[in-house]
Design a protein around this ligand. Structure first.
Ligand code: IMP
Ligand code: MG
Length: 186
């Protein structure tokens, strides 16, 4: 098991409070999610749509664990403002060129916090007449409860209400490359 002291050389001077999810734990969970997703879509065209940048590592691992034909694309949604707090002012910066109509869309998100980003995206993507639209999130802080139009059908872990980095998650663009998820010390 990795301890904070083992990873300090990766952190550029920031302190890790604890390793929240170990690399093996993440890999095992993502493999199980892939199997679950494969079973959930017995037919039809599946488009795995990752929300950049946070989902890039998660989607990379996840799609390799889904045992059925599929396509992958990414969208970028930016919310303005402070690095640690989501403002809810979500803007779709890039639209996928891929056709969405008639496909099963699996929208993949790194972490659900306030849920505002997702709500806006669900609204935008539903307008494209997909055959179905579901959410897959690696982490959910469980704070968005009543706010979410649609909750994650596929979920990696219920996350603690802490600021997490690694496995795609950043703080001011740092730490995305870490193979584990860690809580930053204040
Ligand atoms: P929401 O709109 O509040 O649900 O925010 C979701 C987005 O905020 C995620 O896609 C992340 O990019 C970012 N975010 C929320 N919580 C964290 C965290 O603990 N660490 C890193 N990024 C986070
Ligand atoms: Mg971010």
């Amino acid at each position: 098991m990795l301890q904070p002291a083992d990873v300090q050389h990766l952190m550029g001077g920031r302190k890790v409070a604890r390793i929240t999810y170990q690399p093996d734990e993440i890999q095992e969970r993502v493999r199980a999610l892939g199997e679950e997703i494969g079973r959930a879509y017995p037919d039809g065209e599946l488009l795995v749509l990752g929300l950049l940048k946070g989902s890039f590592i998660f989607v990379g691992d996840l799609v390799r664990a889904i045992p059925r034909p599929l396509q992958v694309d990414f969208i970028v949604a930016s919310s303005y403002g402070d690095a640690k707090v989501s403002s809810g002012n979500v803007r779709l910066v890039y639209d996928p060129e891929t056709r969405l109509e008639g496909k099963h869309i699996l929208l993949c998100e790194d972490i659900i916090d306030s849920g505002r980003t997702l709500n806006r995206l669900v609204e935008l993507l539903s307008a494209r007449q997909p055959r179905s639209l579901e959410i897959c999130a690696l982490l959910d802080k469980g704070l968005a409860g009543g706010v979410l139009t649609k909750s994650a059908r596929f979920l990696g872990f219920k996350a603690p209400n802490e600021f997490l980095v690694g496995y795609g998650l950043d703080h001011a663009e740092d730490f995305r490359h870490l193979p584990f998820v860690a809580s930053l010390a204040d």
